[in-house]
Design a protein around this ligand. Structure first.
Ligand code: HEC
Ligand code: HEC
Ligand code: HEC
Ligand code: HEC
Ligand code: HEC
Ligand code: HEC
Ligand code: HEC
Length: 510
């Protein structure tokens, strides 16, 4: 009898090979102690961690912002509530953001530390709000760039390795640690140009929109592969050297004569200029070291100005850091002949995928939708592209959620409601779909269904303040005053200064 393997069994076997595991910094440091010691002093190694275990020390001389205070033990005090800030993001070179936990969810602190003035102040994006919010969930993207070996949101620790770990640039090290040969580990310097640049681009290529490929999680990138396998990064179509819309080091460097003239990035091999041509792998360089790197390609006589060896002071000038621009390049990586101050408003218009210039309709639609948040002129195009891409991607939750929100924005409630139901069958805890479908149900007088939907969303995501406030209104309208009171008290437990919740609580009869 012939044994035949069913396609199902084959598929199961293909997935049964475990992905290589990450083992963390400690084993690497045992065999590569000198590199580990050097690297530990860089900003990247310290890009996140526990507040209690940090070499950088915040000053508490001026701990008071307008509406909240902070104690030297990192207790944030606000109204009658306090939150323990347990983790930081940012080495403190420019500033720091903080995270706290409540009921198994991780939130961003409304206060940040600003290193140059040495003071605590409202976090970027929290200005001009009616009250200091305590329920902004930390975006997974923040942790993906600032921390390593991330854990599920409900785990006691959000990450196992603070900062950028060895394996973020070298790939999973399990096999190499057991059998320490060069073949078992990624050395970025030995990769072709695109996979090599991708190692840094996973965190340093911000662009105008970063879109996770359909069915890929943005954390699924592994060193050695091109970033575009897991993530499509879109940039404005024609950033020029002096354009403020080229925000990342990658975009700026791509406009430099140095990179353009030293080789086509898409061609394999060669000694094209890349991040690692100037930045040593495991240490911060001194100005003298950078100037020496220039002279690996330029003789000191090649400078028309013939102005001495401090090349970078003239050709890579710095902007002064200001508030809220942690994620812009400070040092001009377009390496201009003469310093060129940014002119005019950011160039917008059209988007293209970095490196390839091409992308598929789904990812392009998602990129226009993301960029339309800050560039409203892109909205009609984003809406049309989302509608065109949807039929071919009927189970694509992120795409459907964007389209539903555009339907709503354009006042088309009905197709939005249909999509929200569809999304909830694919992902029963999708917060935006649950909140918005509930609102639609309320409008149709179906408050029982809406209440059930919101209770379910809140069970997995108790910090959704908008949903809980809606729930309180629905409970009140259906005559259940005790339940409405309880919901409002829960809102105030998360957001003690929520003005609407306070008002409503005072108006509900006992
Ligand atoms: C048991 C000791 C040991 C451990 C643990 C170990 N290494 Fe190595 N590593 C070595 C040795 C030995 C070599 C030299 C191998 C060779 O030249 O064939 C090496 C080489 C390397 C190279 C150079 C590869 C190349 O192409 O030149 C890199 C990169 C590297 N290790 C990174 C790491 C990282 C990252 C970790 C932790 C995940 C790690 N190592 C853990 C022993 C170790
Ligand atoms: C996993 C994300 C990640 C990867 C991969 C990564 N970086 Fe970084 N990098 C960061 C973060 C976050 C910071 C800011 C650190 C801080 O808080 O000061 C940073 C800072 C830097 C700095 C400023 C100096 C310093 O140490 O703070 C340089 C230069 C730099 N990175 C170069 C590189 C190069 C070159 C590569 C690729 C070989 C690379 N980075 C890969 C996340 C990353
Ligand atoms: C795409 C990767 C990426 C994401 C996402 C990201 N960061 Fe960063 N962050 C960086 C890099 C790289 C730097 C270093 C400065 C630079 O290159 O612009 C940095 C710098 C910072 C700094 C200043 C650190 C210093 O030098 O003192 C803070 C604070 C910070 N980020 C917080 C956050 C927070 C909070 C979020 C989420 C809202 C976030 N970052 C999301 C990559 C990222
Ligand atoms: C930001 C990215 C990045 C991080 C993080 C990083 N490396 Fe590297 N590493 C590189 C690059 C790039 C090279 C190639 C340097 C070259 O040859 O130009 C390299 C080379 C190496 C090498 C072989 C060459 C040498 O210098 O001996 C070893 C070993 C190594 N890394 C170990 C480590 C260990 C251990 C850690 C963690 C403590 C670490 N790396 C963290 C980017 C990184
Ligand atoms: C990998 C080689 C390489 C490195 C490293 C390099 N350059 Fe260049 N650079 C070039 C090439 C090639 C050109 C174009 C040919 C030319 O004009 O000489 C260029 C052009 C320039 C120009 C003229 C720009 C223009 O718009 O006309 C300046 C200025 C310059 N480089 C400065 C620097 C400085 C400063 C550094 C160090 C921070 C540096 N370069 C590092 C290869 C390099
Ligand atoms: C031609 C040399 C050169 C190349 C290539 C280069 N850098 Fe830089 N970079 C510098 C210099 C010089 C500084 C300023 C360092 C300082 O002030 O200590 C800098 C600073 C930085 C910083 C700190 C923040 C800032 O803007 O001052 C980051 C992050 C960074 N570079 C990332 C990158 C990345 C990512 C790449 C590849 C896309 C890259 N660099 C390529 C020379 C270079
Ligand atoms: C005091 C400021 C200053 C310093 C320091 C400086 N340069 Fe320049 N460099 C200039 C200016 C200004 C020009 C443009 C001259 C022109 O346009 O006629 C220039 C032009 C250049 C060019 C373009 C030459 C051409 O016409 O193609 C290169 C390459 C260059 N510099 C490299 C360097 C290198 C490498 C260093 C360090 C060894 C350096 N520069 C140091 C100011 C400086």
């Amino acid at each position: 009898m012939k044994f035949q393997m069913s396609p199902r069994l084959l598929l199961a076997l293909a997935f049964s090979f475990p992905a290589l595991a990450e083992i963390g910094n400690a084993p690497c440091a045992r065999c590569h102690p000198e590199i580990a010691r050097q690297y530990a002093r860089t900003g990247m190694a310290n890009a996140s961690g526990r507040t209690a275990q940090s070499t950088f020390k915040e000053s508490f001389a001026n701990p008071t912002a307008a509406l909240a205070t902070i104690s030297p033990s990192f207790e944030l005090q606000l109204a009658a509530t306090s939150r323990q800030l347990e983790w930081f993001l940012g080495s403190g070179h420019i500033g720091r953001s903080y995270l706290f936990r409540k009921n198994n969810q991780l939130f961003q602190s409304p206060l940040s530390y600003y290193s140059q003035p040495q003071k605590w102040d409202v976090s970027p994006g929290y200005e001009n709000r009616p009250y200091l919010e305590l329920t902004r969930l930390v975006e997974p993207a923040c942790l993906q760039c600032h921390a390593s070996r991330l854990q599920p949101a409900s785990a006691p620790q959000p990450f196992l390795d603070p900062g950028v770990s060895c394996e973020r640039c070298h790939g999973p090290g399990e096999k190499h640690a057991a059998q320490p040969t060069a073949r078992n580990i990624v050395n970025p310097a030995k990769l072709a140009p695109i996979p090599r640049a991708s190692v840094c681009a996973q965190c340093h290529l911000t662009g105008a929109a970063r879109i996770a490929r359909a069915n890929r999680d943005r954390s699924s990138y592994t060193p050695g592969e091109p970033l575009s396998n897991s993530l499509a990064v879109f940039v404005w179509n024609s950033p020029t050297a002096d354009s403020p819309s080229a925000t990342s080091h990658f975009e700026k460097l791509a406009t430099s004569r140095c990179q353009q003239a030293s080789g086509d990035q898409l061609r394999a091999g060669g000694d094209q200029l890349w991040c690692g041509s100037c930045h040593p792998a495991h240490a911060d360089a001194t100005p003298a070291q950078y100037n020496q790197k220039c002279q690996t390609c330029h003789s000191s006589g090649s400078c028309k100005a013939n102005a001495g060896d401090a090349c970078i002071t003239c050709h890579m000038p710095k902007r002064a850091p200001t508030r809220s621009i942690e994620h812009l390049a400070f040092t001009d990586h377009s390496i201009p002949r003469r310093p060129t101050p940014p002119t005019g408003p950011p160039a917008t218009g059209s988007l293209k995928e970095f490196w390839t210039g091409l992308s598929n309709p789904r990812d392009t639609a998602m990129a226009y939708a993301a960029a339309a948040v800050s560039s409203p002129s892109l909205r009609p195009s984003a809406y049309a592209q989302l509608q065109a891409a949807a039929p071919a991607n009927p189970n694509d939750v992120p795409l459907l959620a964007q389209l539903a929100q555009f339907h709503e924005r354009m006042g088309r409630q009905e197709p939005a409601t249909t999509l929200y139901s569809q999304i909830l069958t694919l992902d029963p805890t999708h917060p935006a779909a649950a909140i918005n479908l509930g609102t639609a149900l309320i409008r149709q007088g179906k408050s029982t269904e809406a209440i059930a939907l919101w209770l379910r969303a809140l069970a997995t995501n108790p910090g959704l303040i908008g949903a809980r406030l809606n729930l309180a209104v629905a409970q009140f309208q259906s005559g259940n005053h005790p339940a409405a009171r309880k919901s409002l008290e829960q809102v105030l437990d998360y957001e003690p200064n929520h003005p609407t919740a306070r008002q409503m609580l005072n108006q509900i009869p006992e």
